[in-house]
Design a protein around this ligand. Structure first.
Ligand SMILES: CC(=O)N[C@H]1[C@@H](OP(=O)(O)OP(=O)(O)OC[C@H]2O[C@@H](n3ccc(=O)[nH]c3=O)[C@H](O)[C@@H]2O)O[C@H](CO)[C@@H](O)[C@@H]1O[C@H](C)C(=O)N[C@@H](C)C(=O)N[C@@H](CCC(=O)O)C(=O)O
Ligand SMILES: Nc1ncnc2c1ncn2[C@@H]1O[C@H](COP(=O)(O)OP(=O)(O)OP(=O)(O)O)[C@@H](O)[C@H]1O
Length: 462
């Protein structure tokens, strides 16, 4: 694959698969507090730069390990530009555990990308030396000093509030946010202020070439971005000697968006339990068990999370889950809930049992509350699973969670006249869903260490 940087929108090329993707190397640049990751797709070079403005101890062996893991995961954005059958790891030797994990990160993490582009990634093969690890970096952190990646939505807000009591003695927790250099997401900054916690930042420069996919004839599509953010957070945590990276990935993030020839395709793969378990193994082999990477919400339903969020009204005027707040192109970024996307519709629905109609109408005031828009009936029908194989490619709950939320919301006096909700509940009558109280208990295993377990996790599924 080769391309001219002079290509413009009038010279669009047809995307085609490349032959080979190569990990060419990474440099740790302590004086600039950054890591530079370099890749090649056939003869086209890419570089991604991740900076950590607050610095840290770059001499620690654990930092080198964490930077190497970051290098492994950030490659996926550039691989997807040509999706070749071969990934050449160059001089980077991988343990068997790492190879298994990375293969899944590419195949499953790019599952949506592959499905929507009609590409079969089952032929994907990694070539490179094998690493026989005999010891870990033996990382030893400070006690109770978690770093919480913060997306500004319901999930990470609930995590912060659940973790808060466990860090009262150390006062050493921090939010973590990844942006482009100098960029700020209002949708993150505003609720972050409400938490009152300090913020650690990383700045990520994606190679600008990959942002011109259409024009340059690259393949394009979704990338497992939470995996990339996770790897960046781990490096930030290790630089600062912290003991935990606390994700906010819920139980339903493990559910497939659809099945393709029997194989699950999950938009949220890098938020899934499979990703979490594999990444934890990689981290434990490389760093030892000093750093705990886990999702606090792994075992918990969207309904439980929504109920906890409703207990925190001070965030209502400040939080935003709509992904239109996060577009890289600032001219296209929204400064309010768009009020029509699947994510807005889902958040409205799942909060409706617990947050008053009046408050939800205020939250969605600019574009209007999704549950009041007759034109969104089909959107809600898809969220509730009434249209086969049409769960949105978005971070939304499981169809049964949506049906339970609809029933609970429709039973509220302030929703008695809500046409959409009443129509959905009538249509949901034939579905056998868990009782609401079942969704208020832990639903699966989780990896939350005892010192960070909220009450709900202490009472079940130990
Ligand atoms: C903001 C958003 O939803 N973006 C998705 C959208 O991309 P679009 O082209 O409209 O805009 P940009 O996000 O600005 O991306 C421009 C190009 O850059 C590529 N890119 C971006 C980040 C990266 O790490 N590597 C990249 O190569 C991207 O592919 C574009 O070509 O549609 C894309 C195709 O479906 C999505 O991939 C974009 O999603 C972003 C990567 C993103 O950050 N999305 C999160 C809001 C998101 O989806 N979070 C998930 C978490 C699940 C997971 O980890 O997979 C969720 O909410 O479910
Ligand atoms: N720019 C970012 N910097 C750091 N962490 C992020 C960023 N964007 C998302 N995250 C984290 O990635 C994970 C997945 O994001 P997701 O959008 O599902 O969560 P959220 O914003 O907390 O909640 P919601 O689903 O309501 O948007 C969460 O742990 C979230 O906090």
């Amino acid at each position: 694959m080769s391309t001219s940087p002079a290509a413009n929108a009038d010279e669009r090329k047809e995307p085609r698969r490349a032959e080979r993707f190569t990990y060419t190397g990474f440099d740790i640049e302590p004086e600039a507090n950054r890591v530079v990751c370099r890749y090649r797709l056939d003869d086209l070079e890419f570089a991604e730069v991740v900076s950590f403005p607050s610095g840290g101890d770059w001499t620690s062996p654990a930092v080198t390990e964490a930077a190497r893991i970051l290098f492994l995961l950030t490659g996926v954005s550039y691989y997807k530009a040509g999706a070749p059958p071969v990934v050449d790891l160059g001089e980077i030797a991988l343990t068997k555990t790492e190879l298994t994990f990375l293969t899944s990160f590419y195949r499953d993490g790019l599952g949506e990308f592959a499905y929507r582009n009609g590409i079969d990634l089952s032929d994907l093969r990694f070539e490179g030396p094998t690493l026989e690890r005999t010891s870990t970096a033996n990382y030893t952190p400070r006690r109770n000093s978690p770093l919480v990646p913060f997306g500004g939505g319901v999930d990470s807000i609930v995590s912060v509030e659940q973790i808060r009591p466990f860090v009262e003695d150390t006062q050493d927790a921090a939010l973590f946010v990844v942006t482009r250099p100098g960029d700020r997401f209002d949708a993150i900054e505003e609720p972050a202020k409400v938490t009152g916690w300090p913020m650690v930042r990383a700045e990520r420069s994606i190679d600008p070439t990959v942002l011109r996919s259409r024009e340059l004839g690259f393949l394009n599509g979704h990338v497992p971005v939470t995996g990339i953010i996770s790897a960046i957070t781990v490096l930030a945590a290790v630089l600062e000697g912290r003991d935990a990276v606390v994700l906010s990935n819920e139980w339903s993030a493990s559910s497939a968006t659809l099945y393709d020839k029997g194989r699950p395709v999950n938009h949220q793969f890098s938020k899934s339990e499979t990703f979490e378990a594999g990444f934890r193994e990689v981290l434990s082999d490389a760093l030892g068990d000093g750093l705990q990477y886990f999702s606090l919400l792994r075992a918990l339903s969207e309904v439980w999370i929504a109920e906890r969020f409703a207990e925190q009204p001070r965030y209502f005027d400040h939080f935003r889950s709509c992904n239109k707040a996060f577009l890289i192109d600032t001219t296209k970024r929204f400064d309010h809930w768009c009020g029509v996307c699947d994510k807005c519709a889902f958040i409205d629905l799942v909060l409706a049992p617990f947050v008053s109609k009046e408050d939800l109408q205020k939250i969605f005031a600019v574009a209007g509350e999704p549950l009041q828009k007759p034109e969104l009936l089909d959107t809600f029908r898809r969220l509730l699973g009434f249209v086969p194989d049409s769960k949105p490619w978005e971070c939304v709950g499981d169809v049964s969670e949506s049906r339970v939320a609809a029933r609970l919301a429709a039973a509220r006096p302030d929703r008695a006249d809500d046409q959409i909700l009443q129509t959905l509940v009538a249509a949901a009558a034939g579905y056998k869903d868990p009782a609401p109280e079942e969704l208020l208990k832990p639903l699966s295993r989780h990896f939350v260490p005892e010192r960070y377990q909220p009450e709900i996790l202490r009472t079940a599924h130990e």
